[in-house]
Design a protein around this ligand. Structure first.
Ligand SMILES: Cc1ncc(COP(=O)(O)O)c(C=O)c1O
Length: 483
């Protein structure tokens, strides 16, 4: 349901989101006092009772806390539950990945559930259309078509559409690193960027270190390239374990590693800057490249956009990859990478072989959208909405799932990683959820050794609705029944 049509019963949720947005705009930090119920009621022109409901919701979902005689105070989004899932302990042996026919069925079900009437798509890590900048992007597309359509129909040339590269480079300050527009190669999504990096850095049979759990697309890509994987212990708060990575680099056991330091999918971990700095230094010392996937970096819940690992890369061993799939339009398939001077010409050659060029029209449209300044305005709004939805879903899961369920609530992005009691097989929960018209992703897909058989990943990027409430309650009931 679009927020423009918010029924009265959901008005309090809109007010709750606005309160969080106001807090972010006013640069309030966790621990700071937020305006009072009366002040919010006057400012937003809504009744005191609606604001009371909104505050109760924010309190319940762990976004604010009441202090007697004093008022309401901001809490960090992840405070309560962040540490509930423990650091993972995967096996240190390299794994040769094998195809698994059932994975393809899971993907098909997840993709088909998006936008399918009657289905609640909790599986796909994409924003619901209410959270996509449809109007702003449509304006950008129309402008491009009016002014430059013949050019938009032709092949683009390497390293990618210049105005898009300039717009991406201008964002370097927020990422904590200076980016030269000529050092950017545009790609078909972040997936092509990671693919190109692996083509340049590895040969079949090589070993690549990855987080455990990691994005399932990376697991499948390694498999298709005939690579072996070593899973790194990964902490839900701070990400990949540096000690293990250092050991692997020292002994030259890996050809490269792939990390998502900012809000890894599915755990949502955020690597502290000091760890990023150490990893960049290790990569330089041992001359082992790091492929950095920063696809969720713009979607932090806090005030400060996290820096990229690349910003600590003094010796050019980090290949930064990202895309606009998570915050603008997944279907435009526009991604980019900064391979660094050491690898850029090889990346460009492989890019030409793989896809000749990145589609021109979507690059032009996104360039236009970025240059208009609308992206940052959009991000300010959507980040708060996502934080609120993540908090809501975490709370709803806690309320309906079995008591010993654990959660890793992300500090950015919008996916929840859920550890069910070990008796529950997530593939069975997935099957039963589908017959109730709910899509989820079972945990086994996020690990080459098919660990996490009792974990699931849910996307929280859906607006509030009774169907959504019912879907979480149904998942909870199914989980209880499977115990
Ligand atoms: C961590 C991560 N990397 C890469 C991708 C793929 O990105 P794109 O759609 O830009 O190819 C995803 C998509 O879910 C992801 O979660």
């Amino acid at each position: 349901m679009s927020s423009a049509q918010t029924p009265q019963s959901h008005l309090y949720l809109e007010v709750a989101e606005k309160v969080l947005r106001l807090a972010v705009r006013s640069r309030l930090m966790p621990g700071d006092r937020i305006p009072s119920i009366r002040e919010i009621s006057a400012e937003m022109k809504v009744s005191v009772s609606t604001v009371v409901r909104a505050f109760a919701h924010l309190e319940q979902t762990g976004a604010i806390e009441a202090r007697p005689q004093s008022g309401y105070y901001l809490k960090p989004a992840h405070q309560e539950s962040q540490s509930q899932i423990r650091c993972t302990q995967p096996s240190p042996a390299p794994i040769l990945l094998k195809p698994n026919a059932s994975d393809a069925e899971v993907y098909a079900s997840v993709v088909q559930a998006i936008g399918r009437p009657g289905f609640v798509p909790l599986g796909a890590a994409v924003l619901h259309q209410d959270y996509l900048p449809i109007k702003g992007l449509s304006r950008a597309v129309m402008k491009v078509i009016r002014q430059q359509h013949p050019k938009a129909m032709g092949y683009d040339s390497l390293p990618g559409y210049p105005a898009l590269r300039t717009a991406i480079a201008a964002r370097g300050g927020q990422l904590g690193t200076a980016i030269d527009p000529d050092g950017i190669v545009t790609t078909v999504g972040a997936m092509e960027a990671i693919h190109l990096a692996l083509l340049v850095l590895t040969r079949p049979g090589d070993v690549v270190a990855i987080e455990s759990p990691t994005y399932h697309g990376i697991v499948h890509l390694l498999r298709d390239l005939g690579l072996r994987a070593i899973e790194l212990p990964t902490d839900p708060k701070t990400g990949a374990d540096i000690g293990t990575l250092e050991g692997l680099m020292k002994k030259k056991r890996i050809a490269c590693c792939i990390l998502t330091p900012n809000f890894n999918n599915p755990m949502g971990s955020l690597m502290p800057d000091e760890n990023k700095e150490k990893i960049a230094a290790l990569a330089g010392r041992h001359e082992i490249p790091v492929i950095e996937d920063d696809i969720y970096g713009d979607l932090q819940h806090g005030i400060r956009r996290p820096t990229v690992l690349k910003s600590f890369d003094r010796k050019n061993w980090v290949l930064l990859c990202s895309s606009f799939s998570k915050a603008i339009a997944p279907g435009y398939r526009v991604g980019w990478m900064v391979p660094g001077p050491r690898f850029q010409s090889q990346v460009e050659q492989s890019k030409f072989t793989l896809s000749i060029a990145t589609p021109t029209l979507p690059q032009m449209a996104i360039a236009e959208y970025l240059h208009s300044g609308a992206y940052d305005r959009w991000l300010r709004k959507v980040r708060v909405q996502l934080m609120s939805r993540v908090n809501w879903m975490a709370q709803a899961v806690r309320a309906s799932f079995p008591a010993d369920t654990r959660l890793s609530v992300p500090q950015g992005g919008f996916v929840l990683w859920i550890e069910l009691p070990p008796k529950i097989r997530a593939t069975e929960l997935h099957r039963q959820a589908l017959s109730n018209r709910i899509s989820i992703v079972p945990g086994t897909l996020f690990s080459p050794s098919r660990r996490y058989a009792h974990f699931i990943r849910l996307s929280a990027a859906l607006p509030h609705s009774h169907e959504l409430e019912r879907a979480i309650a149904t998942l909870g009931r199914l989980a209880h029944e499977l115990l």
